[in-house]
Design a binder for this molecule. Structure first.
Ligand SMILES: O=C(O)c1cc(C(=O)O)c2c(n1)C(=O)C(=O)c1cc(C(=O)O)[nH]c1-2
Length: 249
């Protein structure tokens, strides 16, 4: 895998600063750099392609609280749970706050996809489903500290949200600006999440072996995000959705 061969194995325990630097260096493989997102930022997606991204990414959004609930179920530390539970509330909402999943449904409406169509999950590509389910299952099966570490791609997410906020109004003026609230809301939430996730990762991955495992865990998560976009690229850009060859016969 690209991110493993590009990264020297850790053989002696790194200082916190050096370990953080190594985690941040994984940004090079973040999905922001995937050709699909590059096309999105350059305004090269047509309406159906942008809609396809919103429809498929909805499966990720809808699955994040289930992933976080799996982490909580594995975590015996009430202090960690007390903070981590906020992530579920951010997505599901509470009281007057409708939450991130609702914000994504509004993003769907802003790009011309009804909430019924998003909620049905009927158009989620199998590759996207497998990648996202892989993330949920990882949180179910692995120690909670690794699930914490796997969320650290959020270190890099604010740049992705900022890019969409600055490029969409210019390139996709037909998208209602109100619909971009999801990206605006995540800027603050991701910063807070990352501080918590990073401090837990620094505290729990101290030996060389553990730090190496942390890099590999972050690499696994990069794979999840990249694979989702590979599936979308094949279906919407190459125009080779699953089973098309069979159906064309
Ligand atoms: O739009 C993006 O590029 C992006 C990336 C990520 C990420 O890096 O996992 C998340 C999000 N958005 C996001 O909105 C979100 O709520 C979120 C939660 C998590 C996580 O792993 O717990 N990642 C992300």
């Amino acid at each position: 895998m690209a991110w493993t061969s590009a990264s020297e194995p850790i053989t002696t325990a790194l200082s916190a600063d050096e370990f953080k630097r190594r985690l941040r260096a994984m940004e090079r493989y973040y999905h922001l750099h995937h050709p699909f997102q590059q096309m999105m930022a350059r305004g090269e997606l047509n309406r159906e392609q942008l809609q396809g991204w919103v429809i498929n990414r909805f499966y990720y959004q809808a699955s994040i609280p289930r992933k976080d609930a799996a982490l909580l179920a594995n975590c015996p530390d009430p202090a960690v749970r007390r903070e981590w539970v906020q992530r579920i509330i951010d997505h599901d909402g509470r009281g007057d706050d409708p939450g991130g999943i609702e914000a994504w449904l509004r993003l769907g409406e802003a790009v011309g996809v009804s909430r019924e169509r998003l909620l049905s999950l009927d158009e989620v590509l199998p590759g996207v489903r497998f990648a996202v389910d892989g993330y949920i299952n990882f949180a179910r099966q692995r120690p909670w500290e690794e699930a914490v570490c796997s969320s650290l791609t959020e270190l890099f997410a604010p740049e992705a949200h900022r890019s969409r906020l600055s490029t969409w109004p210019q390139h996709y003026p037909w998208v209602d600006n109100e619909g971009l609230a999801y990206f605006r809301n995540r800027l603050g939430q991701a910063r807070r999440d990352v501080e918590h996730g990073l401090s837990l990762t620094l505290a729990h991955f101290r030996s060389a072996e553990a730090q190496q495992r942390a890099l590999e865990t972050l690499g696994f998560k990069l794979d999840v995000l990249w694979s989702m976009l590979d599936a979308m690229y094949l279906a919407f850009i190459v125009e080779m959705p699953p089973y098309q060859a069979v159906e064309d016969q």
